[in-house]
Design a protein around this ligand. Sequence first.
Ligand code: PLP
Length: 493
Amino acid sequence: MHDAELTLDPSDWDSFRVQAHSALDMMIDYLRGVRDEPVWRPIPDPVVQRLSAEPPEEPEGLERALRDFQSDILPYPSGNLHPRFWSWVAGNGSPTGMVADMLASGLNALTIGFDDSAATRVDLQVLDWFKRLFRFPPESSGLFVSGSSMATIVALAVARTAKAGYDVRTHGVGRERSLLVYGSTETHNSVHKGVELLGLGNAHLRSIPTNAAFEIQIDSLVRAIETDAAHGRRPAILIANAGTVNTGAIDPLNAMADLASEYDLWLHVDGAFGSMATLTREPPSNLAGLEMADSLAFDLHKWLHQPYAVGCVLVRHPTLHRDTFTAEPAYLEVPDGGLAAGPINFSAFGVQHSRSFTALRPWLSFKTHGLRVFRELIEQNISQARYLDGLIRDTEYLELLAPTSLNIVNYRFNPGWIEESALDALNRRILVELQEQGIAGPSSTRIGEAGRFSIRVCITNHRSRLEDFRHLVDASVRIGLELLRDAPQDGSA
Ligand SMILES: *Cc1c(COP(=O)(O)O)cnc(C)c1O
């Protein structure tokens, strides 16, 4: 009987349409009013309870499920939609990106590449856009992935193929001398993770010291490479940071590209967010040479404001890239025509097989807004960081803890009469208050060898305005003084 056959399609498309429109309206209202929300609020216990409930066996209906979303999920975001959210390196997304995501989910493309679909063509088109933006050769290969962590794993896998000197896919690592990897002490932990997963071993990742600007010390790097080579070891891979997560420092890429060619090393650039500064009218001088990299990892969900999660890897050597991942099982034989005769097999360039149609986000966003505004937003964030840097210099009781070179500002409250050890605890408290009072969402780090606790403001936010930074500075001083006033007067905080 026809009626007995099941499907997930609505039985009444008209009422589905109404409910789906109301879901869209809910998000539009939320985004429109997000500035008036607290940056963050703790999740009440009853909500936490409800969010640990068993899955329902029987239907609740979309209307009821959407009401639950509105009451239990929507009010408790991480805060990263908010104009005063500056934790970690987080993006805002955008209303346009939300529409792109809805369309992509509607299409439900698998984006494997050999599916001859427009989604595959868009994926390749947007990859070409990024090759041009980063001045990589047109024949380079690339892949949209979940983020820079995955991009780095893919890139390091290709580097391993390139430098092993034997068929590492068949024989595994360790048949010859270990491949050595070099990066500064500021290198992101995703590189460590990649080195571990690929069997290269963290003991073979050399941590090179940085200068006062937290950029890799080229002299120390050269010494480390030469010492290893002199001992018969195998220098193989150089990691350059284009924007460190602690302070936004950019390693001198030109000098590192020269070293890579002199010592025959693979140059991988972790450009998760900082590489985007190359799109501005006056890119930081240390970024010159970015186009010389053998591989580049960058995120679209950070400083390009695309919805989570999407990053990209570009590789200068397409054959090595394919040789690292390709497989030709019978069920993926390429036919002469039809739906499986698409232009490329993306799974031959990375870890994932099925992928979501993430390239639609930048495609729709760039077409809607034009590239120029994305360039200008990066410039705007960099000048906001300079503005905040200046405010902190001019504000009694606050001090900078690191030079501001890009979009990250590190500071703390320091009235001048408190001992160093107590300052850490006091500033930790200030940060929690800033967040719990819903005022602002910076994060923290520890700066330099002294490891001072720092309130860290990373500006990858297209909603921030100058007034937001004044608000942060005023609140930091106010909370600092209140905490001191309420603390027992024994010299500690
Ligand atoms: C965020 C970040 C990463 C990791 O990227 P994901 O997209 O979170 O996987 C790596 N390096 C740097 C410098 C980052 O800021």
